[in-house]
Structures are given as C-alpha cells and as structure tokens.
Write a protein that binds this ligand. Structure first.
Ligand code: PGA
Length: 244
C-alpha cells in the first residue's frame, strides 16, 4: 500500500484527481470504477476544471459505479445516478452509453446483480477503482459482515451507514434500507485502487483497515491483499495511523 499524506481536503482532492487524470491520459479507454459520497466531490470538480481547460478527455472512458440505492429511480434526486450526473458527468464529455450503475428500480435482485457483474466482465474489469471509506470501514456498500462478499449483491445497510447518509435526505425514514453494491471480487480484481479519506471521523476506519488484521468485520482491510493500492488521506484522517 502506498500512503500519500495530504495536508487537507483540497490537497487530497487534487492529488487524487492527478492520478485519475494520468490514468485517462495514459489509457483513454480506461474503465473507471467511480464512487459517490462527499469525499470524491472535490476530485470531480478538479477533473471538470481540467476537462474544461482541455487537459483531459473523457470521450472514450467507461464508468462503472460502485453502488445504487434500491427503490430509487435514476431521476430521484437522492439516487447515485443523479449524484454522478450533477457532480461530474453533466460537465464532461463522457458518452452516456459508457455510464453504468446498478438499476435501483430492478426488484429482481438476482437478475440485476448478475447483469451488473456481466457489465463489469464484458468491459474487461476495472482499470482504476476509486473508493471512499465508511466510518465502519465499508467500501462501496460492502458492510461489516462475517464473510467478504464476492459478486454484486443486495445489501441491507447498517444503522451506522443509514445514520451517516441521513444528511443527504430530509429525514432518516427516507434513507433506503437496501442497496445494490459491487462485491469484493470486482474491487480486488481492479488493476489499481485509489482510496481517499478526509476528516477525523475516518481516522479509526483507516487505522483498522490498513494497520489491523484482515477481517470481514473491517471490509476495507481486504485491500491489504491487493498489489496496487494508493491511499490518499488528509492529516485528520491519518491521526491514528503510524507516523511513517
Ligand atoms: P463519504 O462516504 O465520502 O460521504 O464520507 C464514504 C463512504 O461511505 O464510502
């Protein structure tokens, strides 16, 4: 694991955007595994800026997002599909045909999960997987469990995740209780992983994930077994990690 220490959120965002931009410049047809949440917003804004300046071209990029809430259509303001459009896709030249997210309206979960796994395989897997990390160390919506997930699956969100995500909804009751999430197999098969973390509320998750035992109770700890992981975290998130 390569640990890059960022001064603050802005520094983290810029450093991570540099890595994504380099990936797309080196391989214009890259398959990016993209993530939602507050943490990646600064990265997306930086990439939009560089796109507008002509420094990076997304016309051949494929995006395969990590997850989507069950029960929300792509027009729902809280859906991750809408999030990606509002924070990134609407401002760059990615082809709509190259944008993939799980379909939250599909009620046959076995069918939807199998479809999404086929999308990943048909595109040759993920070149660069961007990951945030939950306060409980989830990645995507792979929540703490007794075993690691494999393929795309339907998840029942933990109380901690529901509480954390309430800030995006009008009330806790409105937060969907289930989601579709890419599993650990596709994440671990990604050629490169870029995990970002900002803020003191991620410090414990970061310390346990990268400096504790590998266990499904700490989902991100599985990344210790991946051969090309870059973690970019700011000083607050690094507070509990070893100094060097
Ligand atoms: P956040 O979410 O970026 O909004 O903190 C990260 C995550 O839950 O994966």
């Amino acid at each position: 694991m390569r640990l890059i220490r960022a001064k603050d959120y802005q520094d983290m965002s810029r450093k991570a955007a540099n890595i994504i931009s380099a990936q797309v410049i080196l391989k214009p047809e890259s398959v990016l595994g993209l993530a939602t949440g507050s943490t990646p917003i600064g990265i997306y804004h930086q990439l939009i800026d560089w796109y507008k300046k002509g420094d990076v071209d997304f016309s051949r990029v494929v995006s395969i997002n990590l997850d989507e809430y069950c029960g929300l259509s792509d027009s729902n303001p809280q859906s991750y599909s809408r999030f990606m459009r509002e924070h990134f896709f609407d401002y760059i030249n990615i082809s709509p045909a190259n944008i993939f997210l799980p379909d939250g309206t599909q009620t046959d979960s076995a069918l939807e999960c199998a479809r999404y796994d086929r999308v990943i395989v048909e595109h040759g897997g993920i070149d660069l997987q961007l990951l945030g990390i939950g306060r409980n160390a989830h990645i995507g919506f792979n929540e703490p469990d007794v075993c690691f997930s494999r393929g795309t699956h339907q998840v029942t969100l933990t109380e901690s995740t529901i509480a954390a995500n309430t800030r995006f909804f009008e009330s806790v009751e409105q937060v969907p209780r289930q989601a579709y999430s890419v599993g650990m197999q596709a994440i671990m098969q990604a050629k490169k992983i870029l995990l970002i973390a900002s803020g003191a509320d991620k410090a414990e998750a970061l310390q346990k994930s990268f400096f504790g035992p590998v266990t499904p109770q700490v989902p991100a700890s599985i990344l210790q077994l991946h051969q090309d992981v870059t973690v970019i975290a700011d000083m607050d998130a690094l507070a509990l990690c070893p100094a060097e």
